[in-house]
Design a protein around this ligand. Structure first.
Ligand SMILES: [Zn+2]
Length: 171
C-alpha cells in the first residue's frame, strides 16, 4: 500500500484511501476525518509562501513558494527546499519535536527562526535521507489540484470554515 504526497511534500496519504482505482480523488465523505482535514487544509496552503522566507521578507512576492508541509492542519509549517533543513534541525535537535501536535507548533518554530537560529551548514543534506521517495499520482504537484477542489466543493461549509477555507472561492 503506497503513501503519497499531494501538492506539497511532507504530509503523506494512504494512496488507496484518497484515490480510487482509476486514480481519481474519492469523495471526501469517504476518507477519515484526519485525512479530510489535511486535504482541505492543503487546498488552503498550496501556493502560499514558505514561512521562513516570509519571516525574512516583508512582501510575499519576495518569498519562495512553499513546497513542503510539516505539523498538523492549522498549526502547520510551510517550507521551501532552502529552509527545510532549518526546520528539521529545530525539530530534531532544538526541542521542536516536544511540541508535536500542539496548537502553537508553528509559532514555536517561527520564534526560533526569527531569533536568528539556523541549521548548521550542510545539515539537511546529510540527514535528510528519503528512503521512500514520494510518488505523486493523478493530481500533479502544483498549486491547482482540480479534482481535490471538486471533492472539497461537495463538502459542507462548516467543515471548510473550521479549516480557514474561503468557500466563496469555489462557487
Ligand atoms: Zn524559504
Amino acid at each position: 500500500m503506497g503513501k503519497v504526497s499531494i501538492a506539497l511534500r511532507g504530509w503523506r496519504f494512504d494512496e488507496t484511501e484518497v484515490f480510487d482505482e482509476e486514480g481519481h480523488v474519492r469523495p471526501l465523505e469517504e476518507v477519515t476525518e484526519e485525512t479530510r482535514q489535511r486535504l482541505i487544509r492543503l487546498r488552503v496552503v498550496a501556493g502560499e509562501p514558505c514561512d521562513a522566507c516570509y519571516l525574512l521578507n516583508e512582501a510575499k512576492a519576495d518569498c519562495d513558494v512553499a513546497r513542503i508541509v510539516y505539523g498538523e492542519p492549522l498549526s502547520e509549517v510551510l517550507l521551501c527546499p532552502d529552509h527545510e533543513a532549518d526546520f528539521l534541525y529545530w525539530y530534531r535537535e532544538a526541542g521542536g519535536s516536544d511540541h508535536t501536535g500542539e496548537e502553537h507548533f508553528a509559532d514555536v518554530f517561527h520564534e526560533w527562526f526569527a531569533a536568528g537560529n539556523r541549521a548548521p551548514d550542510g545539515y539537511g543534506g546529510l540527514l535528510h535521507v528519503d528512503t521512500e521517495p514520494d510518488r505523486i499520482p493523478a493530481p500533479e504537484m502544483g498549486e491547482d489540484v482540480p479534482e481535490l477542489e471538486a471533492a472539497i466543493a461537495d463538502l459542507d461549509d462548516e467543515a471548510l470554515d473550521d479549516l480557514g477555507m474561503d468557500y466563496s472561492e469555489l462557487t
